[in-house]
Ligand binder design. Structure first.
Ligand code: TA6
Length: 311
């Protein structure tokens, strides 16, 4: 029996969830949910490669961006959706040979559990654990559990457990690519008056003023010490709220014309996306005691007429 068919047998939920072969033959989980009471339908897809949520739609409207030129290959990060960054954010702090953004976004995760609630919410739990290979890169024992719940909102919770006998410090991110009509016409609220490190200006420390954040060129900002909900306002689409728990950093990124240097984001796709990432990095990195766990959660909610705001 193939790996996919064995996982289908164990984890499929009729009418809600199926394990199938996706792009490049990579295993993906397709999830459907609907709210009979108020008539919404939602769909999501998660690749076991990096436990990457690559698709999230509400009433047929896409919330996430995934590059048309993304690779779908074993050991390669997917360009789009919600890659998981752990245990360092950005370049490795000391070794330039190490992969950017850690090593779990290009690793194969395992399905631990699937379920559907009486209200129609479908949940998948994925896992990834330290191994000899990871300890050779990052000398700590850890376990990750990633819980994705699809209902009217998409909830993604990353739990890190320290299985070492000493504390360790780590960065983490849910590196969310949101779909927009044109990044030059959107604005983001929720980060007003917030300090940030500007990665396009030598990490200079700045503070946003009272105006909503509008992007006018390459933007790569690490907002710090903020637990705020961010709202993405797009004149051509419904508002998207990015809520979070257990996270004090928020990153806003669009490569603008530098995207042409990214083979998996080529073809002038950059106007169609903006990253609003749920993060812990820099002075918000997490120090975890031996045996302890920490959970960071990101929630995406597409506002549309007739629904009360989740936040
Ligand atoms: O989150 C923003 C960022 O750190 C940018 O600096 C840019 O490097 C982006 O991540 C994408 O990184 P990647 O390694 O996926 O090309």
């Amino acid at each position: 029996m193939s790996e996919v068919s064995e996982q289908s047998r164990r984890f499929n939920i009729s009418g809600s969830l199926s394990v199938v072969a996706g792009e490049g033959g990579l295993t993906k989980i397709v999830i459907k949910a609907s709210g009979a009471s108020v008539g919404w339908t939602a769909k999501a897809e998660i690749y076991l490669n990096g436990a990457t949520v690559t698709r999230y739609e509400v009433d047929g409207k896409p919330v996430l961006f995934c590059s048309r030129t993304s690779k779908f290959e074993v050991g390669k990060a997917i360009r789009g959706g919600v890659p998981i960054i752990f245990p360092w954010f950005g370049p490795h702090p000391t070794d330039p040979k190490m992969p950017q953004h850690g090593f779990v976004r290009a690793a194969e995760w395992k399905i631990l559990n699937t379920a559907r609630s009486s209200s129609g919410v479908a949940t998948v739990v994925l896992g990834f654990e330290a191994s000899e290979a990871t300890r050779a890169i990052w000398p700590h024992d850890f376990a990750l559990r990633y819980t994705v719940s699809l209902g009217r909102r998409l909830e993604m919770a990353l739990e890190v457990t320290n299985r070492s006998n000493s504390e360790f410090r780590f960065d983490e991110a849910l590196h969310t690519y949101l779909a927009v009509s044109d990044v030059r016409n959107i604005h983001i609220t929720g980060l007003e008056q917030t300090e940030y490190a500007d990665k396009v200006d030598g990490l200079a420390r700045k503070r946003l003023d009272d105006a909503p954040l509008r992007l006018t060129g390459e933007t790569d900002r690490v907002f710090l010490n903020t637990g705020a909900v961010c709202r993405l306002h797009d004149p051509a689409r419904s508002e998207i709220a990015v809520g979070k728990e257990g996270s004090l950093s928020t990153v806003v990124w669009n490569p603008w014309d530098k995207a042409e240097n990214l083979v998996d984001l080529a073809g002038n796709q950059w106007p169609g996306m903006v990253c609003i990432e749920t993060v812990n990095t820099m002075e918000n990195s997490i120090t975890l005691m031996a045996g302890a766990s920490h959970t960071m959660k990101s929630t995406l909610h597409l506002s549309s007429r007739g629904y009360r705001r989740a936040y």
